[in-house]
Write a protein that binds this ligand. Structure first.
Ligand code: ADP
Ligand code: ZN
Ligand code: ZN
Length: 822
């Protein structure tokens, strides 16, 4: 019998416009399938792992198809809906489908020649589970690890080693590079609790009596009981290290208690969120506003696919989400819950896990990558997870039965990926994903994006409002402080107005906590020479270096370049260097002499670099061990603390004066979110807002909590000046290491684009920061009405840029397309 010849189109992880066609060797005819990984050769030598997009019988007309080298999977790792979603994304965001694939797949599913592999456990000895080739490789890895895939070929004398690597990955013997490079390397931490057999009071007493002679063992048990406030049967896990510290006992003592079955233990990987078992006490009854909102959402879902929930801070949106999730679970559907930055929303994750138990999966690049792969496979095989929580890349998971997508804090800019391609907006992409699955979407925010609110007002989305805070919590009251006046009258101390200080005193005397917000980390954003005005800049970027006092460096917040502060001005030699502006570090410093006996803590990127630092600060604040929390936008997001009486916004002007058509929207969002941290419980909330423009209309809307007025003014402004959502924007960035070439090529490209788009092309212009990481850049914009054929514009744009890139003169110039820039 004659065998058929099949061809496959394989998506490769590189920026080529299309999938490439390969010939299937007859022996693989049975195994080949869409969504499976194929190992193929590109060029002369390099092997790549790609995903099979289609199977067909047409050989390519303009090149000789090579045979594919191997297949890695028995079952597809990517489903049809995902492939369709990738295709949409590559079209909409003007990038290659290979770039989408690279963003979508977890690292262990991507094997290229450069992939580094490492043995997980050097003392590995389960030789019986390995094939002869695997044994050869593992023996080698025990001596030298990590090694590159290319080396594996030499060691094993096999040309196509990916299947071998894949098998060892599956067996858990090795790991691939990205998993190990990650600074959140998985580390096991031991947790302790009272043994389940002692949950009965009498049994515990009996066991404790036996310990009476050993003071140390008793104090170890006591330390645990103290931790759970006497509820020995709570089942809560306590970190063994903390237990040892609190009880001043050694690990040996704890081990003996484990041996006696008084304690039991469990190992968690650090940064893997412990899966909590669902407990009943976290199911709340909704109040009437929540009930009403829930009813409205459900009703709107019968006629619309998308609903916007505008609920003021602390109105209780989460419980409404929970009720909707519950519904979906009962119908056997999957729920995708998107959050802007997952590290900042630990509280919410724990809340959901307590409520729904271990069907809740978390997907995030900062957590253990091994777990990411696990979540992927489990979803793909349809086991365990039905609620997936995560940041933007979660939209790439292999969903197969999605019923609902919730996008919390939908206005957040971090949903948009700006570098590298695909430059996608996870909220917008989620709308498409949901549509593919026939799922509904709920967008939630206290300060919706102008875009979403516009869709809601024009009837495209449903709109539901929750305009009061939950329970007795009232909306915070505002003190707007005119800093011009304060400074003129010399009333302020450092960057604190007299009113802020007196309000802080009051809050602290009442036993309450304070959050201070300044969206700038470091000590001082700029050093300046008083004699000649010179300020030290980054050598790679056109930007002033920020002074960090703790580490005593000047550092660049774009590229990470850092250098010790110069003792004298590098340009004129003067010793009179002055610091300008203030960041969180300086605020913390300046607070110390004012509140010497208070506990002050900083929450920003710098104070949360080490493992678990973020959760520790949050925990300490929650437990009342911190009186004043100073931070960047990290303090503004989703935190729910009952005892915060005062929120201080130290410098509203920087937000209001940002050179961006969204600056007022942003400033409103940021200030409203910060204000929303105060007065969430029984405590009355106050906000002190420092500004040099106390009469600014945006500040007035913040005080009145009047989102609608803000929206109306913004919508009017944007429609008049032709900005989103009324117009669409595409940003084209031209980069070169040479400033002149950047300018020359940008103008050349603009000229060509004008041939197609005429007036719709704006620029090119240098942005305020013209050099970043040694690349000069110029911006071009294409701006066109919403009802214009966007697909056609993009098609022409991409063709034009491809041609431009193909010309050898432009070899050293890079052009990036950013659709819907934020
Ligand atoms: P939002 O997300 O809208 O800012 P949250 O969902 O965090 O508000 O709710 C604010 C506070 O009210 C939280 O502390 C939450 O636990 C509490 N809360 C909300 N709904 C209920 C309810 N139905 N019963 C009891 N407490 C609730
Ligand atoms: Zn100088
Ligand atoms: Zn830099």
């Amino acid at each position: 019998m004659e065998r058929k010849t099949y061809f496959v189109d394989v998506i490769l992880p590189i920026a080529i416009p299309k999938a490439l066609t390969y010939r299937v060797p007859g022996v693989l005819n049975e195994q080949v399938g869409v969504g499976k990984r194929a190992v193929v050769q590109l060029g002369n030598r390099k092997l790549y792992t790609g995903i099979i997009q289609t199977i067909h019988e047409t050989s390519p007309s303009n090149y000789e198809a090579k045979y594919l080298e191997a297949l890695l999977d028995d079952h597809p790792v990517v489903n049809d809906q995902q492939l369709e979603f990738w295709a949409w994304m590559s079209k909409y965001y003007c990038c290659s489908i290979g770039e989408v694939m690279t963003a979508a797949l977890p690292s262990s599913l991507k094997l290229s020649s450069e992939t580094k592999i490492t043995i997980r456990d050097k003392s590995f000895a389960h030789w019986d589970i390995l094939s002869p080739n695997e044994i050869t490789l593992v023996e080698h890895l025990k001596v030298k690890s990590p090694i590159e895939l290319d080396e594996v070929s030499i060691i094993t004398q096999i040309k196509t080693v990916q299947p071998l690597i894949n098998s060892l990955l599956k067996k858990g013997v090795i790991a691939v590079d990205e998993e190990l490079r990650d600074r959140y390397q998985a580390k096991q931490v031991e947790y302790i609790r009272i043994h389940a057999s002692l949950h009965d009071h009498k049994d515990l007493e009996l066991a404790l009596n036996q310990l009476a002679k050993s003071k140390k063992k008793l104090s170890a048990v006591m330390a645990y009981l103290q931790f759970v406030r006497g509820r020995h049967d709570s089942g809560e896990w306590m970190d063994k290290k903390t237990l040892q510290q609190n009880a001043s006992v050694t690990g040996t003592i704890v081990q003996q208690l484990l041996d006696k079955n008084i304690f039991e233990n469990r190992f968690y990987e650090v940064d893997r969120i412990p899966t909590a078992e669902a407990t009943q006490d976290v199911t709340y009854t909704l109040n009437s506003m929540q009930e009403q909102a829930l009813g409205q959402i459900k009703r709107l879902f019968t006629e619309k696919d998308i609903v916007l929930l505008h609920g003021v801070t602390s109105s209780g949106k989460t419980e409404v989400y929970n009720a909707l999730i519950e519904d979906q679970l009962q119908q056997g559907k999957q729920v995708l819950f998107l959050l802007p930055e997952i590290a900042l929303t630990m509280q919410l994750i724990l809340r959901l896990q307590r409520r729904f138990g271990d069907v809740v999966g978390v997907y995030h690049s900062k957590f253990n990558p091994q777990e990411r792969t696990e979540v992927w496979h489990r979803l793909n095989e349809n086991v365990r997870y039905s609620v997936i929580l995560g940041a933007r890349s979660t939209i790439f998971l292999p969903f197969n039965n999605l019923g609902l997508v919730i996008v919390d804090e939908e206005h957040e800019v971090s949903f948009k990926q700006s570098e590298p391609a695909p430059r996608y907006h996870a909220r917008d992409a989620a709308l498409i994903l949901a549509k593919q699955h026939g799922a509904k979407v709920l967008l939630g925010s206290a300060t919706p994006s102008v875009e979403s609110y516009w869709h809601a007002s024009s009837g495209q989305y449903g709109l539901v409002e929750m305009l009061h805070r939950f329970g007795n919590a009232t909306k915070p009251s505002f003190h707007v402080v005119d800093m011009k006046e304060e400074q003129a009258n010399k009333r302020s101390v450092a960057q604190f107005s007299s009113i802020l200080i007196s309000q802080m005193r009051k809050a602290l005397e009442g036993g309450h906590q304070i959050i201070l917000f300044q969206n700038r980390r470091g000590y001082a954003p700029r050093w300046q020479c008083e004699t000649c005005g010179e300020n030290p800049k980054c050598q790679n970027c056109d930007i002033a270096l920020t002074y960090h006092k703790n580490k005593y460096v000047l550092s660049c917040h774009y590229c990470g370049y850092h250098t010790p502060p110069p003792p004298i001005c590098p340009s004129c030699g003067s010793g009179a260097l002055r610091m300008i502006g203030f960041g969180t570090e300086k605020i913390e410093d300046d607070l110390l002499p004012i509140f010497p006996d208070k506990n002050i803590q900083r929450l920003d990127l710098d104070s949360t670099r080490t493992k678990n630092a973020y959760s520790k600060i949050i925990r300490d604040f929650e437990n009342g061990e911190i009186d004043i929390l100073v931070g960047t936008q990290m303090v503004s997001k989703g935190l729910d603390f009952k005892n915060v009486a005062l929120a201080g916004i130290l410098d509203a002007d920087r937000m209001l004066n940002a050179p961006d058509f969204r600056s007022f929207e942003r400033a409103f969002q940021m200030m409203t979110q910060v204000a929303g941290r105060a007065g969430r419980g029984q405590t009355e909330g106050k906000v002190v807002l420092q500004t040099k423009q106390p009469d600014h209309w945006v500040i007035q809307q913040v005080i009145d909590n009047n989102y609608k007025a803000l929206y109306a003014a913004e919508a009017q402004e944007r429609s008049q000046f032709k900005y989103p959502p009324f117009y669409r924007l595409i940003n084209v960035v031209v980069k070169n290491h040479d400033r002149n070439l950047t300018e020359e090529h940008a103008h050349e490209l603009a000229f060509r684009l004008r041939n197609h788009f005429g007036e719709m092309v704006l620029g090119p212009e240098f942005p305020s920061v013209e050099k970043l990481r040694n690349w000069f850049q110029m911006n071009l914009y294409i701006k066109f009405p919403r009802n214009y054929n966007a697909a056609k514009v993009k098609h022409t744009l991409v063709e034009c840029i491809q041609q431009f890139n193909g010309e050898s003169r432009h070899k050293k110039t890079r052009v990036a397309i950013n659709v819907d820039p934020v």
